[in-house]
Design a binder for this molecule. Sequence first.
Ligand SMILES: *Cc1c(COP(=O)(O)O)cnc(C)c1O
Length: 244
Amino acid sequence: MPASIVENLKVITQRIENACIKSERNPSEVRLLLATKTVSAENIKIAIEAGQNLIAENKVQEAKEKYESLKSIPHESHFIGHLQSNKIKDLLKCDISCIQSIDRLDLAQKLHQRLLFENKTMEVLIQVNTSNDESKFGIHPDQAVQLIQQVSELETLKIKGLMTIGLFSAETEKVRKCFQLLNKIQQETIVVNFPNVEMKELSMGMSSDLEIAIEEGSTIVRVGTAIFGQRIHPDSYYWDESKS
Ligand SMILES: *Cc1c(COP(=O)(O)O)cnc(C)c1O
C-alpha cells in the first residue's frame, strides 16, 4: 500500500502534466489536492512525505481525528464536504485554510458569526451544482452569482473562486459541460467585479475526470481513489455530513 501511494502520485502528477501540455497550460497553475476521506493518517503522511502539501476531508469528525496526528508535519488543509452549521466550531479547530463547500447563505452567515467571535478570517470557494444531480450539494448555477454577492458582504469570508463535482458519466462531453459551466460563472463574476472577491480558483476534476477539468481551466484537482485506492462506501455517503 505505502509503495503504491508513492507510485500512484507519480502517475497522477504525470496525468496532470500531460493534460496541461495538451491544453497549453503551465503545470504550476494546477494544484493537486488529496481527497483523504477514509484514508488513515499513516497513509496521508506517506503522501505528504512524498512531496504533497494539500489535503482535504469531507467530514468534520474525520478532520478532527486526523488533525492531531498530522499537525506536526507541514501541510495545508481544506474542507470539501457538506458542512452542517452545528459543526463549524469544531471545524475551525482543525486549522483549515479554505472551505471549498460554501453553498448556502445561512451557512456562510453562521461561519461569519463564528469567525467574528474568534477574530479570524477564512478563504472560501462557492460550491456550484453544475450537474443537475439532486443528490449532490452546491448552489444552483442560476443563483450562484447572487450567492457570491451575498457572501462577499460577509467581511470575514474571502471568496477565492468556485468548486464543483462534475457529472459521473462515461460521456465525456456531458462531464465537460459541467466544467464549462463553472468556468462561465467564474467569467461572469469577474466581469461584475465584486469587492472582496478574488475569482482565481476553479476547484474541479477528480480521479476519473481531471484531464477534462484541466482542459476547461481547473486550478485545483481533488484526487482520492487514484492515489489511495477504492473506498468502501459510495461517495454519496461522504458527501453528506449529516450521515456521520
Ligand atoms: C472524494 C472526493 C473527491 C475525490 O474523488 P475520487 O474520485 O476519489 O478522486 C473530490 N471531491 C470531493 C468533494 C470528494 O468528496
